[in-house]
Design a protein around this ligand. Structure first.
Ligand SMILES: *[C@@H]1O[C@H](CO)[C@@H](O)[C@H](O)[C@H]1NC(C)=O
Ligand SMILES: *[C@@H]1O[C@H](CO)[C@@H](O)[C@H](O)[C@H]1NC(C)=O
Ligand SMILES: *[C@@H]1O[C@H](CO)[C@@H](O)[C@H](O)[C@H]1NC(C)=O
Ligand SMILES: *[C@@H]1O[C@H](CO)[C@@H](O)[C@H](O)[C@H]1NC(C)=O
Ligand SMILES: *[C@@H]1O[C@H](CO)[C@@H](O)[C@H](O)[C@H]1NC(C)=O
Ligand SMILES: *[C@@H]1O[C@H](CO)[C@@H](O)[C@H](O)[C@H]1NC(C)=O
Ligand SMILES: *[C@@H]1O[C@H](CO)[C@@H](O)[C@H](O)[C@H]1NC(C)=O
Length: 728
């Protein structure tokens, strides 16, 4: 998406159209070679000999093309795979060759601050662990970076941690940005060959994770204050995979391969596809599995395809996935008409309020809603404010010389978007009243004010654009996992990036306000880095558990989808440092879950890169994976029962006694056995079983519960959701 953070309109369309065009192209005599990702068996030999094997393999299938021209990447560090440009028949031949596990066409993905940290109860003065925090390296897989931003000033930071093995290619690094690589396999020539951010998205996400504290940051005076990342002393390693068209899967996989080998501690990736793909068809799931195996947690965005069910796009259980919610600072805007009516709407309007009002017009056949503003006649619009029947990025009104645009929209009014001209988004019902005003008035006029930040007492509420569960790949693993601020977020920007979604926007800024699960993800990544700075040896699953079990429950009355919207609840970094107990898991546990869910050996081999076998442990399901939350998908109109087996590891006081407290929707009967867990030493594990049952629930239902372990000091909460099918 162009301004990847902003969910709606043209970006969303692009996100859906581009992949379809790419996937449906059919073969013919003049067939062009397409990029395929080829998964090989176990990584056995050294990097250089693996690459030679890859070239040798290609030599045996290519017709009229040198292996070097076909090979896009040889992934040789963390996993054994290659990406190559192939004709359909070459691809088919390759798929049948010895050592080749599977071949898949590569997809194009899309990327989808700072009061927000204070809102999370994570002030600038929070207790920190300085020497260890500056040892934490967060890998950002995104649109690159604007290194000159004040947020990346390295003042006070020493040289990179000794474990660091990364590099800086075509970009000057410092002690804040310690690594920078780029991957441009599709040869986008509209941006320079470097990790430099031409968009803004990657700069925004990186500064949200680890930007230093910058006073007086704002967007034209809007949302002013101190901009800071979650872990201001941590280091950034930048992997640019997104270009003007989006982010190619083969590049994403290459970035994971390098980031793991370079020595990052956390990977933050605000990128995704508009829907979920099965793990063995998804480069992000595969890359993040290898990261997890090496002790690196991947934090990803859930997607901007809400509010519809089943739209969450990154769903692997070894990945921590964020939904986007509001903070108590909301950006609003106002329109005032000639008869002094005032309509409040949503937009990030940086343009100063004009002293005078302008003629207010609409187009179309007179019926409501009026025509949209994509095709406007300059002669009729110039110097006027136009009422647009549908929301778009404002390009049409701007290029036609309008003084302002009023965008009608009911779906995304909880989020404020930017436009290249003074513009405001309002509801259809308000739009109809404005159309009546224009109809009945001799000289209808209007004035769009500059936006202002207001206090929002309802926060946190998950954005309507934020993708919802259920998980369409593994029904009994809850996704998204957690909610974090992703609405109206101020953070650093690329001076080459567009402020709004319009390609014709000419403003250039150092800080920008955007929204999306892309903005939520780096808050979660920053919190994960914060936990890591206190517990460097914790596994990815333990960090994920600490963040999820300490999340603040969200208000179900504001969220009809409950956990399917917000997961475990709102991120609470301070509590996550001392969770008491964690639900730990290792790569073997995830492999066991894949087996339990019926994945066969060849599918598992694509994900794990090795020939692992599962032990046969009887009738098990994904509910036996030691996951910090619990989800149960049940048939509509039928009684149900299900068990979750869990085990917790003591990371609190050596001797402690935890008692369970259950809170459940009246439709659920929840029993936990045993009800008390006694620990006598650190790292001791104790198991328990949660049984849930209930009578028939109708289609479109969710019922929630929470299972909380209390020792008088810690509160270890597992969110549970039972849900039926949803029909649209
Ligand atoms: C990329 O495209 C440019 C211009 O079309 C061409 O000159 C260059 O050789 C290409 N590079 C690669 C690596 O394909
Ligand atoms: C505006 O006027 C047109 C015709 O002049 C009429 O068809 C339409 O219903 C009116 N719309 C509103 C919202 O008043
Ligand atoms: C607006 O942007 C588009 C896309 O970059 C470009 O093709 C067009 O020339 C621009 N129009 C103007 C008037 O700048
Ligand atoms: C595994 O499942 C896939 C997809 O259903 C199938 O194509 C493949 O043949 C299976 N492989 C084995 C070894 O059973
Ligand atoms: C469940 O019951 C309702 C009401 O009796 C009915 O409309 C619906 O079709 C049933 N759904 C299923 C999946 O059986
Ligand atoms: C759940 O576990 C209990 C024992 O802990 C067992 O009695 C029951 O049959 C199990 N239920 C299901 C649905 O597996
Ligand atoms: C489920 O919700 C959808 C969307 O709100 C609605 O269209 C559908 O009728 C509902 N189905 C049932 C069985 O209630």
């Amino acid at each position: 998406m162009a301004a990847y953070g902003s969910p709606p309109f043209s970006h969303l369309l692009l996100a859906i159209l581009i992949p379809i065009l790419l996937l449906t192209a059919t073969a013919d005599a003049n067939e062009e070679r397409k990029v395929y990702i080829v998964y090989m068996g176990h990584q056995t030999s050294s990097s250089s000999s693996t690459e030679a094997e890859h070239l040798n393999l290609l030599k045996q299938v290519l017709e009229g093309c040198a292996p070097c021209d076909s090979l896009v990447y040889s992934y040789t560090k963390s996993f054994n795979a290659l990406a190559a440009k192939l004709l359909t028949k070459e691809m088919e031949k390759l798929a049948g060759m010895k050592g080749v596990v599977s071949v898949f066409p590569s997809k194009i993905l899309h990327p989808r601050t700072t009061r927000s940290w204070d809102f999370l109860g994570f002030p600038a003065t929070v207790n920190r662990n300085p020497p260890l925090e500056s040892d934490v390296i967060v890998g950002m897989i995104d649109t690159g970076i604007w290194p000159e931003s004040e947020s990346f000033n390295d003042q006070g930071l020493g040289p990179p941690p000794r474990k660091w093995k990364g590099d800086c290619i075509n970009l000057k690094c410092n002690n804040k940005i310690i690594g920078a690589r780029y991957y441009n396999s599709l040869n986008d020539t509209s941006q320079e060959e470097s990790p430099r951010d031409f968009n803004g998205h990657g700069t925004h996400t990186a500064s949200t994770v680890a930007g230093k504290s910058v006073q007086g940051a704002s967007l034209y005076g809007l949302a002013g204050g101190t901009a800071r990342g979650g872990v201001p002393s941590a280091r950034l390693a930048v992997y640019k995979v997104c270009w003007s068209f989006g982010c190619a899967e083969q590049d994403i996989l290459a970035a994971f391969d390098d980031a793991i080998a370079d020595g990052v501690d956390i990977i933050s990736i605000s990128i995704g596809y508009p829907s979920a793909f099965d793990y063995f068809l998804d480069a992000m799931a595969i890359g993040s599995f290898h990261a997890m195996k090496k002790g690196v947690l991947t934090s990803a965005s859930g997607g901007n395809s809400g509010p519809y069910h089943g739209t969450v796009g990154n769903v692997a259980p070894w990945m921590l996935v964020s939904a986007a919610s509001s903070t108590d600072r909301h950006i609003i805007d106002k329109l005032v008409t000639g008869d002094q009516r005032c309509v409040v709407g949503a937009s990030v309007n940086t343009f100063a309020t004009e002293k005078e009002s302008y003629p207010f017009v609409y187009f179309g056949d007179g019926s409501f809603p009026p025509a949209d503003c994509t095709q406007l006649d300059e002669k009729l619009v110039k110097g006027k404010i136009v009422l647009c029947g549908y929301i778009d990025d404002g390009t049409g009104a701007y290029l036609a010389g309008a003084k302002g645009a009023v965008m009608l929209n009911d779906a995304f009014l909880d989020t404020s978007f930017s436009f290249p001209l003074p513009a405001i988004a309002i509801s259809y019902s308000n739009g109809e009243k404005l159309m009546q005003y224009i109809n009945k008035t001799n000289n209808p006029v209007a004035n769009i004010h500059k936006s202002e930040a207001v206090f929002d007492p309802k926060a946190p509420v998950v954005g309507s654009f934020s993708s919802r569960g259920p998980n369409t790949i593994t029904a009994d693993i809850l996704k998204p996992d957690i909610s974090a601020p992703g609405i109206d977020i101020l953070a650093a920007w690329s001076k080459l990036g567009k402020v709004s979604g319009s390609p014709n926007d000419t403003r250039s800024v150092e800080y920008n306000i955007i929204s999306g699960t892309s903005m939520a993800c780096p808050h979660t990544s920053g919190a994960a880095a914060y936990v890591k700075s206190f517990h460097p040896s914790w596994s990815p699953a333990a960090i994920m558990s600490a963040l999820m079990t300490t999340a603040k429950p969200m208000n179900p009355s504001l969220h009809p989808d409950a956990e399917l919207a917000y997961g475990a609840g709102q991120l609470n970094p301070v509590k996550a440092v001392d969770p008491g107990l964690v639900f730990d898991a290792a790569d073997t546990d995830y492999v066991q879950m894949l087996c339990d869910e019926g994945y066969n050996k060849s599918m598992i081999r694509i994900i794990t890169g090795d020939d692992r076998c599962c032990s046969s442990l009887g009738r098990r399901t994904a509910r036996d994976l030691n996951y910090p939350s619990m989800a149960l998908h049940v048939a509509s109109n039928e009684s149900f029962a299900g068990n979750f087996t869990r085990s917790v590891t003591n990371v609190g006081d050596a001797c402690s006694i935890y008692r369970v407290k259950i809170k459940a929707d009246g439709r659920l009967k929840v029993v936990v056995n045993p009800k008390t867990l006694v620990f006598t030493k650190p790292d001791e594990k104790q198991g328990f079983v949660v049984s849930v049952s209930g009578g028939p629930m109708a289609t479109n239902s969710t019922a929630s519960a929470s299972i909380v372990w209390l020792d008088g000091k810690h509160s270890v909460r597992s969110a549970m959701v039972v849900y039926t099918d949803f029909t649209s």
